[in-house]
Structures are given as C-alpha cells and as structure tokens.
Ligand binder design. Sequence first.
Ligand SMILES: Cc1cc2nc3c(=O)[nH]c(=O)nc-3n(C[C@H](O)[C@H](O)[C@H](O)COP(=O)(O)OP(=O)(O)OC[C@H]3O[C@@H](n4cnc5c(N)ncnc54)[C@H](O)[C@@H]3O)c2cc1C
Length: 379
Amino acid sequence: MVSQNQPTQTHVVLIGGGHSHAIALKLWGMNPIEGVRLTLISDSIYTPYSGMLPGHVGGFYSFEETHINLNRLVQLADAQFYQDWAIGLDLEKNQVICAKNSPLSFDYLSIDIGSTPATISVPGAADYAIPAKPVSQFLTAWNTLLQQVKNHPHQPITISIVGGGAGGVELALNIDSHLKKITQQATLHLFHRGKRLLSGHNHWVGHRLETLLQNRNISLHLSENVTQITPSKTLICESGLTVENDYIFWVTQASAASWIKSSGITTDEKGFIRVKDTLQSVSHPHILAAGDVATIQNYPRPKAGVFAVRQGKPLFKNLQNSVLGKPLKSYYPQKLYLSLIGTGDKKAIASWGVFGWESPLLWDWKDYIDRQFMKSLNG
Ligand SMILES: Cc1cc2nc3c(=O)[nH]c(=O)nc-3n(C[C@H](O)[C@H](O)[C@H](O)COP(=O)(O)OP(=O)(O)OC[C@H]3O[C@@H](n4cnc5c(N)ncnc54)[C@H](O)[C@@H]3O)c2cc1C
C-alpha cells in the first residue's frame, strides 16, 4: 500500500479492456493517486460495447460508434498501454506472463477479460465455427461474409447460429435484417439446446422472440443438441438433423480462458475467478476481478454486460482502497435487471423479471442509453 504523502512506485496492472476497466480507467483519470503506476494490458485498442454490437451487425451503428477507444482512456488515466495478450500469471513472483512482451510485475492486479462461447465440448466447433468472441475475430468473419454477399447477391448462402440465449437471438435477428437489404438468397438457422429461447428470461419474451424468428423465416431448431461440425461446415445434431452451411456462428454458454485456472487462483467449477463481495479474489486478495471473468461467490449472476458495467465503479474504488490501505466496500449486484433486446428492425423487446414489452419506443430508449454510455467514455 502507499500513503498519499509518501509516493512510491506501487504498480497496479489491469488485464483486459472490458467494460469495468474502461469505466475504472476513466474514474482513475478523474481521481489519480500520486506515486502509483497504472498499466493496461489489452490485445486491442478498441473494445466493443456489448449493448451495441448486435446493432453494428444489423448495420445500424458504425465500428466507431460501438467501440470504446482504450487509448484515450489510458491517456486520461496517465497510464501505460501494453498492447498484448496476457497468457498466464506467476503468483509466486506476482507477474503477468504476456504473449509478446517480457513478464510484467504488479503489486495489485485487476482482471476484466470477459469470456468466450464454449466450443471445446463439440468436435469441430473450435476449428470450423466462428465464436462471437473475441469480437475482433468475429467481426473480421462477419465483414468477409458481408463482402461475399455484396459481391454475389444472387448466390445462395446458408448461415447457422448456435445458441438461443439473448446474444444468439439478437445476433440472428440482426444478421437477417442486414442480409435482407442485400440479398434474397440467405437462409438462416438458429439452434438451441433448450425447449424455449432465453431460458433465463420470462416465458413471454422467449415466445415472442420465437414468433419473430418464424415471421422472418429463420428456421428455429429447439431441443437440438449440436454434437459435431465437420470440416465442410456441416452441422450435425444428436437427433440426426444435419444442415450444410457456408458460415456457422457460435454463441453458446460463456467459458473462461484456461490460463486463469492454471495460474492457481481459485475459480468456480467453470474456471471463472471466484471473488468476494469486494471483487477481491477469494484466494489472492491483492487480485481483483470484474465482468464475465468473475463469479461473485455470494451473488452469482448471469454473464451479461450490464453487470460488467455496474461493477466498474466499485472495482475502481476497491482498487484504490487496496492501494491506499483503506477498508474495501462490498458490492451487491441487483437480482432483477432490465434487458433490452434489439430485434433488428429498430424495435426492441424489454425483459424485466416476469414482465416483457415490445415497442419501437424501446429501441429509441435503448439507442439513447447506449449512445449516452459511449459518449461518457469516448467523449
Ligand atoms: C453477440 C452478443 C451480444 C450480447 N449482447 C449483450 C447485451 O445486449 N447486453 C448485455 O448485457 N450483454 C450482452 N452480451 C454479453 C456481453 O457481451 C458480456 O457479458 C460482456 O461483454 C462482458 O463484459 P466484460 O467487461 O466482462 O468483458 P468484455 O466486454 O468481453 O471485454 C474483455 C476485453 O478484454 C480483452 N481480453 C480478453 N482476453 C485478454 C487477454 N488474455 N489479454 C488482454 N486482453 C484480453 C478482450 O479483447 C476485450 O477487449 C452479449 C454477448 C454476445 C456474444
């Protein structure tokens, strides 16, 4: 810890430029601590805002409108930018192991690296399907697909989306609406293991989205367990259903980077970092974590951007309190949270507990909230 009167070079390292870290960097810039060196390790300068990503795919927002400029926030916080991938932790030496640069020592560490859709359990998925995360790789594939369709609008194209949670459904609706502006030759399939879509939400929302997909001629395959993807992108289900594809997008359950668990830090059964209410690791209190990569021991919640955003401020406060030797404060994530799901037609569906609504006004509201959020970070 440092005293504010006695500057030393305490080093605080942030891994990942997720939503919580973007907010923490901004707040740090507004409340700097003398004698503390701050470093962000991030693979990319531009990090996507999850709330607007499907809208970007739908063609409603540009890349710049949907991505947070981390370089700007790093400069505001007077921090250093290490553009690199963290690939491990040495918890004996308190070092982050990076893909390109030499190991980086830290006094306090914060991790906000998100999650990726789990491909490991389905043979062929990691090699022949395109996971929705990392988003930069997903967008590269999406832009290739778009260009292909623009160049050959009369050529049939088949696309499957695997995963019937909010992310998968919103993506399917936005892919559909964008492609329909360019071609009449696209066939879309959505596969979901469960009996109904968005099982974490109320029944009305799931059923309404099912109807919307059917109205748009997107083939919905419920209770279908995808068991294999072949090199020719044929998708095979446990039931025997087989679909040949040109592209397969993978938007299934969130999984954690394997290096987290192998570093020796305590994780939950899925490999996410177990944290206390203060966002401190239960095993290594000088390490904090937020967003998808963290599981709050007492209050597990779905992996959703809304929580990563909410954790930005408490993460920032507790990082600074750790450095200053002050008591850390508990954070209690709300149980009920509002989801606004864009339907790719400038309308949105709201889900809040047992309630659900659909309206173009909800899209206007979502658009306003999302743009305000981006303005607060990108200026
Ligand atoms: C298609 C889709 C749509 C979604 N829509 C919504 C929505 O509308 N609302 C909602 O609440 N949630 C939504 N989600 C979920 C949401 O994306 C996540 O919950 C949210 O992004 C988590 O934020 P985070 O801060 O934990 O991490 P992220 O936003 O994933 O950010 C992590 C950052 O860390 C970087 N990083 C990762 N690993 C490393 C490493 N090893 N070294 C350095 N940098 C690294 C990444 O490149 C990224 O910039 C959606 C998800 C998907 C897939």
